[in-house]
Structure formats: C-alpha cells, structure tokens
Design a protein around this ligand. Structure first.
Ligand code: G6P
Length: 369
C-alpha cells in the first residue's frame, strides 16, 4: 500500500496532487488546438442528437452532482441549451417529465451508483438519449448509456472524491465547447481561446498546489471549529458546496455551502467570532458583490478565509487569511478554486487524527439505495 501511495501519506493527498496529470489525461487526444477541433468519439457519433437536445438533464449523487452543477453553468453559457441538474435519488421517484428530445447525462466516478443507474434506465425508457461521464471503464453506467466519455482520471481510492471531480468538469467543458461550436453559439476565436486556456489549467493547478504550506497553517488555526460556512457565486457556488462536503466527509466538522447572496436569508444569523467563513472571491464572477458579502461577515466578526485571484488587494484588506489562485477564464475557475478547499479539508482531517482515506460511515461507491 505504501508503494501505491507513491510517497504520499494518504491516497487523498496523492490524488489531489495527481490532478494536473489527470486533467491532461482527460483532454489528451481529444483537444486538438492545431486542428481547431475537439474529438470525442462518443459525442462525434451522435453529435446532431446531442446538439439538438431541447434540454439536458444531469443526474448524479455527491461530488458528481456538484460537477453537474458546474456543468449547468457552462452548458447554458456556452451552448445555450437549457439544463436541469437533479439528485438521481429524487429524480427517479418523482415521475419526471422526460421527452425524446431530452439528453440525460449521468455523472459517476464509479459508474455503479444505484440511484444514478436507476435514473438513467428510467430516462431511457421514456426515450431520452443517455450519455455517461464515468471514470471506471466498463462500469455499469458506462454500459447502460447510449454513449459517453470517460474521465481517464485513473483509480481514485480515497473515499472523498478529488481528481474525479476536476476531470468530470474537464470532460463536461469539452462537451459544452463541442456543442457550442456545433450550434454556433460561440465564435471560432472564443472556442480557440478556451482550448488554449484549458491547456494552461494543469500548470495553474500546480501553482495552486504550491499554496499547501500556507493552507496547512490556516488549517491549524481552524481545526477545532465546530461549524464552517462556504460561500461562492456563479461558477464558484458549486465549488462552495463541494468545499463544504469535503470538510464534512473527512473531518466530521459541520459545514454548509451557500450561494453568497443567499447568506442574508439565513446563514448570516449563524455568524459570530466563532464561525470561519470560506469565501471564494476570485476576480470576475460577481467580484464586487462578493466583496460586499465579505464586509457583511466582517461586521459580524466572522473569520474570513478568502480564495482570491493572484495579486488581489481589495479582499486582502478585509479577510483574515487569503489563499491565492491563478486567474483563468471564468467558466474554468472551479478547476483551480477547488484545489485549496481540498487541501484545507485534508489538513484539518489529518490534524484531527481522522481516517482521511476511509471516513466513518461512508463508502466509495454506493451500489444500494
Ligand atoms: C459516494 C462517494 C462520493 C461520491 C458519490 C457518488 O457517496 O463517497 O465520493 O461522490 O458516492 O459516486 P459516483 O461514483 O456515482 O460518482
């Protein structure tokens, strides 16, 4: 097992650090900037069917559901196709309205999650076209879908999902770009800008990973917190949910993710000097609005840990701690802003002496209801 961990203390840490390579493996052979195209066999063979979808339904559970939420923003912005993201467990039991013009996308690391599998079967029966985004090759969901694209992240052993999440977002971004190109909802120049930026993402994740020691220091300060709030807007709202889930899963600290603007409809009541609030406040992404959310937290004495764009000065003045990440195109920001949140949870869990790779009560793959 020590050999499998490749010198890292835990699988989770290894998998966090594997993300630059995993993402390259996800887009390798698919993204061809020189030819100005994206090639994905499962999509190319069904391009008209998928691009003409009246609606895209995304079903998933856990972290994969968060990747689905990111995809919703990307699909709608780039490909202008309406998207609905559903917990597979809810979708399957509510007699959902599904038409033959719908495309349903199942996102699943393991490809074995029972609820996601049942949702796909149901949508297929009603005539929808089913597309799978799985990591495990040959898994049940990958076999049950009409077509799909593997994430090629390599085996993920840590129960808390890390590289599966960022590679799912990568595949879904490629898919969105392909559909956008097909439907003419983005220009060729924009398309090429995304491809070129996608190629820079692995090195941007490398620089985000360099914040590790600083993040460890922050973890040490907040490891004894009883609660923690995560806030983000737009593309970073699902990142806030995912950050909170990571902390809950492995450190057993109660954490909640919220869209930053919803804070005033409830969570603000919880804020006092005991409450750490992790705010994703990168440039673009409604930056000024998030800054005013930060001011509201500060005036209630909440402790602010802000994820900011490199070189930011405004949030630095307000926050108790800042963690910098490189700037990228807005739809790609989740790929970098997620990294410090994974590291923060990891270090807190290790400091609390928790079983990081196999947290209590959780399973890597949930094959029963
Ligand atoms: C379990 C795992 C999570 C995962 C979820 C969905 O709860 O512990 O890490 O996100 O299942 O799994 P899937 O394999 O369908 O992505």
């Amino acid at each position: 097992e020590q050999i499998e961990k490749g010198g890292y203390e835990h699988f989770m840490l290894k998998e966090i650090h594997e993300q630059p390579t995993a993402i390259k493996d996800t887009y390798r052979g698919r993204m061809l900037p020189d030819e100005g195209i994206i090639r994905m066999a499962g999509v190319d063979d069904n391009l008209e069917r998928i691009a003409n979808a009246k609606r895209i339904l995304i079903v998933a559970c856990g972290t994969s559901w968060h990747a689905g939420l990111v995809a919703e923003y990307i699909f709608e912005e780039l490909a202008r196709i309406p998207v609905e993201v559903e917990y597979a467990s809810e979708f399957r039991y509510r007699n959902p309205i599904i038409s033959e013009k719908d495309v349903i996308i199942a996102i699943s690391q393991s490809g074995e999650t029972a609820d996601t599998m049942a949702a796909i079967k149901l949508a297929k029966e009603k005539g929808a076209f089913a597309f799978g985004v799985c990591n495990v090759v040959g898994s049940s969901i990958s076999r049950e879908t009409h077509a799909g694209a593997y994430t090629h992240a390599g085996p993920e052993i840590g129960v808390a999902s890390t590289k599966a999440f960022t590679t799912q977002i990568t595949v879904l971004t490629l898919l969105a770009l392909k559909l956008a190109k097909q439907n003419g909802t983005i220009s060729h120049t924009e398309f090429m800008t995304y491809l070129q930026e996608m190629e820079r993402i692995p090195s941007k994740i490398e620089s985000a990973l360099e914040g590790d020691e600083h993040i460890k220091m922050i973890a040490d300060i907040y490891k004894d917190a009883r609660n923690c709030l995560y806030l983000g807007r737009g593309y970073n709202f699902p990142v806030a949910l995912e950050g909170a889930l990571k902390l809950k899963e492995i450190s057993y600290i109660h954490a909640e993710g919220y869209p930053a603007a919803e804070m005033k409809h409830g969570p603000i009541a919880l804020i006092d000097e005991e409450m750490p609030v992790v705010v994703i406040a990168t440039k673009k992404g409604h930056y000024e609005k998030v800054v005013s959310n930060i001011q509201e937290i500060k005036s209630r004495k909440g402790k602010i840990i802000a994820i900011v764009t490199e070189g930011d000065t405004e949030v630095r003045e307000l926050a108790d701690h800042v963690i910098e990440v490189p700037e990228t195109l807005e739809p790609l920001t989740p790929l970098v802003t997620t990294i410090p949140l994974q590291l923060l949870s990891y270090h807190i869990a290790v400091m609390l002496g928790k079983n990081v790779d196999q947290p209590r009560n959780l399973a890597k793959s949930v094959t029963v209801e």
